[in-house]
Design a binder for this molecule. Structure first.
Ligand code: C5P
Length: 304
């Protein structure tokens, strides 16, 4: 029996995020193109004595901003998985964060996906892919995607997934801001900006899919689109300077990632990305700059 498992899980960016009108359940219908990028959290799950319950500790960037009680989404994931697998929820979770907290890169959802994959490995034969996908969708709109990773179209509220054919890889520069933005807050700001307008249903973009199929970074850069970007900029006007700086430094394109405030810039290749990263760092406009390649796999066991 395995006593401890380690899982690595990437961040996501949205190459396209088309947001429909507010639904009665408080969510918005989406058509999005998720893209997993190589910026990783690591999570270990260890069995503890009977009756000790679930505990979590968090280390790494912004660790103090992550709850260590039942509000932690990885704790909720483990409890759901234990319930479904009919296994005791006596586990210690340890998370090392590199994905920015409240950054629009699905850091919390990533930890939940990692927790689910870890539980499936700790309790072999108890949780199939459908179980994991079902629990994931109940935990959050981005969690199902992070089980698989790669590049996928998400619809519904993001949980209905269709793989996208993408040729080769892309090099991104990820610019992390000093403090996060609340996802519900950014959606609410979008609703406020759209008040009185007739909001069309969310839509896909064939030209974006063609660019991915061709592995054409220049064409992809032209098709990057995020309906949440005006709302994130309205709440955090300084992000406009970050986006401008990335383009002035030669990025092919730049976009606010999901609900922000992290920005993602597309580069021609790795060296180009590293040049842009150095340039962005010296502007002093952002807290942290990272190079990340995409697409990458979703949550995967890296050690037992
Ligand atoms: O699903 P998740 O818990 O990640 O969503 C966080 C919040 O983001 C929701 O409570 C909602 O305010 C907003 N959201 C939305 N429409 C979506 C996904 C998220 O309005 N499709």
């Amino acid at each position: 029996m395995i006593d401890s498992i380690r899982v690595r899980v990437p961040a996501k960016i949205n190459l396209r995020l088309s947001v429909g009108p507010l639904r009665a359940d408080g969510y918005h219908d989406l058509v999005t193109v998720f893209h997993a990028v190589g910026l990783y959290d690591e999570l270990s799950i260890t069995r503890v004595g009977a009756g000790l319950g679930v505990s979590v500790q968090v280390a790494g960037e912004d660790a103090s901003a992550v709850p260590v009680d039942d509000d932690n989404i990885a704790v909720r994931a483990v409890r759901e998985a234990a319930h479904r697998a009919r296994q005791p929820a006596d586990l210690a979770i340890s998370i090392t964060k590199s994905i920015p907290v409240a950054g629009g890169m699905a850091g919390g959802s990533a930890d939940a996906a990692a927790a689910l994959v870890g539980c499936a490995a700790l309790w072999p034969g108890t949780l199939g892919a459908d179980d994991l996908a079902g629990i994931a969708a109940g935990l959050g709109s981005d969690v199902p995607f992070l089980l698989d990773g790669g590049t996928m179209i998400g619809s519904g509220r993001g949980e209905i997934l269709t793989p996208v054919l993408a040729q080769g890889g892309f090099d991104w520069v990820i610019a992390v801001s000093d403090s996060g933005l609340s996802t519900p807050g950014v959606y609410a700001e979008l609703d406020r900006l759209r008040a009185g307008a007739d909001v069309p249903p969310p839509s896909g973009d064939d030209a974006l899919l063609r660019a991915l199929r061709a592995g054409d970074a220049k064409a992809l850069a032209r098709r990057l689109h995020n309906d949440l970007q005006p709302a994130a900029l309205s709440l955090r006007p300084a992000l406009a300077r970050v986006l401008d700086a990335g383009i002035e430094l030669g990025a092919l394109g730049g976009i606010v990632s999901g609900s922000g405030p992290t920005c993602a810039f597309l580069a021609r290749d790795r060296d180009h990305a590293l040049d842009i990263a150095v340039g962005l760092t010296t502007t002093g406009l952002v807290r942290l700059v990272r190079h990340a390649a995409g697409p990458v796999d979703g949550a995967r066991v890296i050690a037992e």
